[in-house]
Write a protein that binds this ligand. Structure first.
Ligand code: NAD
Ligand code: DAU
Length: 366
């Protein structure tokens, strides 16, 4: 079986769902259920023998020791993190606690477990650390994209904490020979994305007639990857990646933020016309005719990175992985998903998703 951390978050839950669809191998999901963890994402696995959930913190060394001893994972796929840059600016401490100290505790528990393994089990064990392109810092418009040998230059407390965790993971390979793999991925989008991040926030706000807040001049560039493609990239690295190596994962989809917002507005105009839905502009009190009317430029994010771009040639060349979605197909699916899952959105907005554990998982807790 594999141990996944942070499997109730956006990418982690997509990964767990895809894992269970692609293989029979069991998966244990360890998640602290912070505000970003939502077990409703995994509702379709209720009752599945393949999937087990444990509510707990990656910083809890004794829990980790027990989980390794009881479940004997052949691999760890480590997603758990504080992930939102704006939150890291408002309160960096949780980022250091989870992303740095939490990753350290997880590495220690994994090392102690791996040390005791023997033979084929020891050789086969993997610790896959899921990281971000933000560790490489920011690019100018004509700079080449980040490769695996681009020097680290993190600019936010979030990216600094992820960079620190990447360095710890690297050191466990070089110092202890632990079989680690690191992936550095660009911006993901798709189902179950928490509506504090750009794409889901814009969809949710537009449908509610709220302002669409674009930071600064909106010309910052991000490189977008459909979340299922990220998950297939991680599976491929877990299967065939060379220990000690890092792999950039990206979708070759650089877009300015303002282009993203306009694309979302056009798709919503087509798929959920504001006039038909009776959307009222919450600021002016007037009916919305086209969602782009709601675009509002707001104060920029402090230290805002201008451009990210991932050079994903290594994973394609060495492991034969390529994304399957284009941005056009992926973003249309994403908008459709949000339109078809208004209850999920409502549960997140009113906070009721947090009751899910009490309602559904009383017996699932360990
Ligand atoms: P998320 O914020 O949606 O989910 C994080 C999950 O981790 C949540 O379920 C949360 O409850 C859990 N968690 C947080 N602290 C924990 C702790 N101390 N112990 C156990 N669980 C804890 O994040 P995401 O967007 O799904 O990102 C997952 C990983 O992928 C992160 O490591 C992030 O840095 C990385 N990443 C994200 C993106 C992106 O675009 N979202 C891109 C590249 C890499
Ligand atoms: O690049 C990978 C990273 O992508 C991940 O490591 C992070 O976990 C993930 O949160 C994401 O970080 P970003 O800061 O790029 O994502 P976010 O959705 O917060 O913002 C995307 C861009 O949109 C960024 O340039 C800021 C801008 N933005 C964001 C919000 C929330 C706005 O203009 N307005 C907004 O309201």
């Amino acid at each position: 079986m594999i141990l996944v951390t942070g499997g109730a978050g956006f990418i982690g839950s997509n990964f767990v769902l895809r894992w269970c669809a692609h293989t029979d191998e069991k998966v244990l999901n360890l998640d602290a259920l912070t505000y970003a963890g939502n077990l409703a994402n995994l509702q379709s696995l209720n009752g599945s023998e393949q999937y087990q959930f444990v509510q707990g913190n990656i910083g809890d060394a004794s829990l980790l020791t027990r989980l390794f001893a009881e479940h004997h994972p052949r691999a760890v796929v480590h997603f758990a993190a504080e992930s939102h840059v704006d939150r890291s600016i408002a309160g960096p401490e949780a980022f250091v606690e989870t992303n740095v100290v939490g990753t350290f505790r997880l590495l220690e528990a994994a090392r102690s477990y791996w040390n005791k393994l023997e033979g084929a089990a020891k050789t086969a064990f993997r610790f896959l650390h899921v990281s971000t392109d933000e560790v490489y810092g920011t690019l100018g418009v004509s700079d080449p994209a980040f490769t695996e040998i681009t020097a680290y230059a993190p600019n936010s407390p979030y990216s600094a904490s992820k960079a620190a965790s990447d360095h710890l993971v690297r050191s466990y390979f070089h110092t202890y020979g632990m079989p680690v793999l690191t992936t550095n991925c660009s911006n993901n989008y798709g189902p179950f994305h928490f509506p504090e991040k750009l794409i889901p926030l814009m969809i949710v706000n537009a449908l509610a007639g709220k302002a669409l807040p674009v930071y600064g001049d909106g010309q910052q560039i991000r490189d977008w990857l459909y979340v299922e493609d990220h998950c297939s990239g991680i599976r491929r690295v877990l299967e065939a990646g060379v220990c000690g190596q890092t792999y950039n994962i990206g979708g070759w989809n650089e877009k300015t933020n303002i282009d993203i917002v306009h694309t979302l507005c056009s798709l919503l105009d087509e798929m959920a016309p504001a006039a038909q839905r009776g959307v009222i502009n919450q600021q002016s009190g007037k009916p919305v005719l086209q969602y782009a009317e709601l675009i509002t430029y707001v104060t920029d994010r402090p230290g805002h990175d201008r451009r990210y771009a991932i050079d994903a040639r290594k994973i394609e060349r060495e492991l034969g992985w390529k994304p399957t979605e284009t941005f056009e197909t992926g973003i249309r699916k994403t908008v459709e998903w949000y339109l078809n899952n208004q209850q999920w959105v409502a549960g997140v907005i009113d906070g009721s998703y947090r009751d899910w554990v009490a309602k559904q998982y009383e017996t699932g807790k360990q």
